[in-house]
Design a binder for this molecule. Structure first.
Ligand SMILES: [Zn+2]
Length: 462
């Protein structure tokens, strides 16, 4: 029997710890930049800030779904450490230039460069980790830690921004962010990163095809696709509409913007912290569907609020709506890693996490431009109604695709001759065509399709 499972924490590895800290610092830098960018857009565009933000964030998502896979496919050809360091330094430089912007198109150019560097960083970082952490369990934990860090960033950076904005102007946020990227670069310089020696298993492009195939064939993951859309629909209100809603409708200031974002972050944190125990008891599906219903309720309340006339109570209501959206988001994002782990063999996990990365960004790529442009031409009410319809569609997909009864272990059939007999030692021969096999079921080369009860019943009847 093997002992000491506690040593599977990846944080005992100093190189990993440095890289992880650099990754988190970079994430927070990007998050703070997003808050500051919203305020900058308002300074330049006023009432049209939503369109500017919608365009800037759409550029970001376009870059993410195009650049990240391409760089990922070639990530093992660059000397990795200099590459990662220079990506941090590029981001620091771009962020330092942002306060000097006085034209809207300059925002778009700098965002494109900033996000290209970010999009190139993620797959390279992901490719480095298995070389630093050859142990399978440590690596799986590292994947989860990265996902959790991304979640924590979305909720904590608005709060940091809110705190910072009470003592300084938003231009200083950009300076703080640049310092963060410089620290990240220094951490990467001091970490030992092996260059690729052996051939890695498949390019990022191949790995992403594997991930997409698993997504398409696994019912609970098809459900997750719908949930990605719900998160993006409600999240777009927070990301794009907060500035205009606070400044134009509520008549608030910079710190008012940060306060609503902080309420959103607080809701996220509240649920993320209390969720693990509930998850153990209920499982992922009811928790995530409740989260989706919460987001739809949040959008509904936002629509109701958009009809309200002036009144001090609108602040309290807006804070409640933004916090509700944060809570619903956390209820969907927190269990996502667990759902992905459950749906893949260890070897396919990087591919599946990469596929989720791309597919969730596709959802944002749909909702950001809709939110940005529709708000400017048609106002909050129409935009939020459209987003609520999208969210309702996402919920319908999730409920339909992800069956309520979703057991880990499933009985299924293997046709004689389609699978290595050595894999079927524990299988039962039912007739001259089929073996019946029972084990924890995930999509892989030997199990390309989800088992249906119908096929099983036919074989038993035959
Ligand atoms: Zn099997």
């Amino acid at each position: 029997m093997r002992s000491a499972p506690m040593t599977s924490s990846p944080f005992h590895n100093h190189d990993y710890l440095r890289l992880f800290t650099a990754q988190v610092t970079g994430l927070f830098g990007t998050g703070l930049t997003t808050v500051a960018l919203g305020l900058l857009a308002y300074e330049l565009a006023g009432a049209a800030a939503a369109a500017v933000l919608g365009t800037a964030l759409t550029i970001k998502m376009l870059v993410y779904v195009t650049v990240a896979p391409i760089v990922g496919a070639y990530a093992d050809r660059f000397p990795r450490r200099p590459f990662l360091v220079s990506l941090h330094l590029i981001r620091a430089t771009v962020v330092l230039a942002l306060p000097f912007i006085d034209q809207i198109w300059q925002i778009y150019v700098l965002i494109a460069v900033l996000q290209t560097a970010s999009a190139a960083y993620t797959p390279t970082y992901q490719a480095v980790i298995p070389d630093i952490l050859p142990d399978e369990r440590e690596y799986t934990r590292a994947l989860s830690a990265t996902q959790l860090a991304a979640t924590m960033e979305t909720l904590l950076s608005p709060m940091l921004a809110a705190a910072a904005l009470t003592v300084m102007s938003f231009h200083w946020l950009f300076a703080g962010t640049a310092i963060g990227f410089a620290i990240s670069a220094a951490l990467v310089i001091t970490a030992r990163i092996p260059n690729v020696t052996a051939a890695t298993e498949g390019s990022f492009r191949e790995r992403i095809t594997v991930g997409m195939r698993i997504f398409a064939a696994t019912p609970r993951l098809r459900g997750l696709l719908g949930l990605n859309l719900v998160v993006a629909a409600a999240g777009s209100v927070v990301m794009i509409n907060t500035v205009n809603y606070v400044r134009d409708t509520l008549g608030g200031s910079q710190s008012g913007v940060a306060a609503l974002l902080a309420a959103n972050g607080f809701g996220t944190m509240l649920v993320a912290v209390s969720l693990p125990r509930v998850l153990d008891r209920l499982g992922a599906r009811p928790v995530m569907l409740t989260g989706a219903a919460t987001l739809l309720a949040g959008l509904g309340s936002a629509i109701a609020l958009s009809f309200a006339d002036a009144g001090g109570w609108r602040w309290a209501a807006a804070i409640a709506v933004w916090a509700t959206v944060g809570m619903g988001t956390a209820a969907i994002l927190t269990p996502t890693g667990q759902v992905l782990r459950r749906s893949s063999r260890p070897a396919d996990r990087p591919a599946l996490f990469a596929a989720q990365f791309s597919l969730s960004h596709l959802a944002w790529l749909l909702t950001y431009p809709i939110t940005g442009w529709l708000t400017t031409v048609a106002g909050f009410t129409t935009t939020w109604v459209v987003l609520a319809v999208l969210a309702a569609g996402g919920i319908a997909v999730a409920v339909r695709m992800w069956p309520r009864h979703d057991p880990e272990v499933m009985t299924h059939l293997h046709e004689v001759g389609t699978i290595d007999p050595a894999r079927l030692i524990d299988a039962v021969r039912v007739d001259d065509r089929f073996y019946r096999h029972t084990h924890a079921y995930v999509i892989d080369a030997e199990h390309p399709r989800w088992p249906t009860q119908q096929r099983l019943a036919e074989s038993t009847a035959a």
